[in-house]
Design a protein around this ligand. Structure first.
Ligand SMILES: Nc1nc2c(ncn2[C@@H]2O[C@H](COP(=O)(O)OP(=O)(O)OP(=O)(O)O)[C@@H](O)[C@H]2O)c(=O)[nH]1
Ligand SMILES: [Zn+2]
Length: 296
């Protein structure tokens, strides 16, 4: 039996779909191991014409996680950039946007924001205003309308995604599926194929799927989410994942400052001076709390 290489394009429980050249192979792992993520490059052995066993995972360039108090959950491996999709309508959660930005920073992944539905003009100005906080931190904000200006949306995004592995994440209703369908013409068909292969029945969009749109371009669709737990990030990782804290780190009175209530804290000073958004510092505080609650 030969050992072959492939890319994991979907994961469902302990079942994985591996794209190997033109073929899709249903794979399992040995034993109870289930630490394979969508986007992983794996070595596998064929056990039947369309089935195989994953033998090993190639070294990952990046790994994106979510976690709760009890365990962490792999979102995707080898992603080079993350696009957070928000819209003028329905409203989006700043908490989720910032959590996704923190996850990207902690994972060494570039982060972008897509503002969809700019055709809803009456809500454009207030939405831009809300997003200014992120734009001011240096995160690119791309404005488009998947529905009323699809060609322009494609022209804007395709060059950004060329040669990259991009994951799109967003709350329900932001238009993420519309964007995926624009960027991946046969996405719906591919999703049906993946669901059938993984035997996941109706739960077509409850797992993360990877689409290859060229030799070296991958677009990953993740299920809509309402929560983005980051219990796995340590305090040290957190203070570095808030990029606006950077210039102030090392300038606190206490070298082991937690930037929570300490006197002489440079980060708190910057919040006071209006240089750091209170909303972002409040999230940092919440994440430090979560980090202290983890049980694994
Ligand atoms: N006005 C407007 N509506 C849009 C645009 N893009 C998508 N929509 C609409 O927004 C709704 C949600 O779009 P989807 O693409 O299904 O969004 P989603 O984020 O995948 O949402 P879920 O399927 O709920 O996860 C649909 O009714 C779309 O027709 C846009 O550019 N402008
Ligand atoms: Zn401090």
């Amino acid at each position: 039996m030969t050992r072959e290489q492939g890319t994991v394009i979907a994961a469902h429980g302990r079942h994985y779909l591996v794209q190997a050249g033109e073929h899709k192979v249903q794979c399992v792992t040995r034993g109870k191991k289930s630490d394979v993520a969508t986007g992983d490059i794996v070595h596998w052995k064929r056990t039947s014409p369309d089935q195989g066993v994953i033998e090993s995972i190639a070294e990952r360039k990046t790994l994106l996680y979510r976690s709760d108090q009890y365990k962490s959950k792999l979102l995707a491996a080898n992603v080079t950039q993350l696009f957070i999709v928000v819209a003028t309508q329905p409203g989006f959660s700043d908490d989720l946007v910032s959590r996704a930005l923190v996850a990207a920073e902690a994972g060494g992944i570039a982060a972008h924001i897509i503002l969809n539905k700019v055709d809803i003009e009456e809500l454009l100005a207030p939405t831009r205003q809300r997003l200014a906080m992120y734009a001011n931190l240096g995160y690119p904000v791309h404005e488009l309308s998947a529905k009323s200006m699809p060609e322009q949306a494609k022209e804007l995004l395709q060059p950004l995604m060329q040669g990259q592995s991009s994951i799109l994440i967003g709350q329900s209703g932001m238009g993420k599926s519309s964007l995926i369908n624009l960027l991946v013409p046969d996405a719906e068909l591919a999703t049906r194929e993946i669901s059938a292969a993984l035997n996941s029945g109706k739960h077509t969009t409850t797992f993360t799927r990877l689409f290859m749109t060229g030799n070296d371009t991958a677009i990953i669709d993740s299920p809509g989410f309402q929560e983005f737990g980051l219990y796995h990030l340590s305090e040290g990782m957190l203070e570095r994942a808030f990029r606006e804290f950077g210039p102030h780190l090392g300038h606190c009175k206490f070298y082991n400052c937690h930037h929570l209530t300490e006197p002489g804290c440079a980060v708190l000073g910057a919040v006071e001076a209006g240089e750091i958004a209170p909303l972002r510092h409040a999230l940092y505080q919440q994440l430090v709390h979560e980090s202290s609650q983890k049980l694994y």
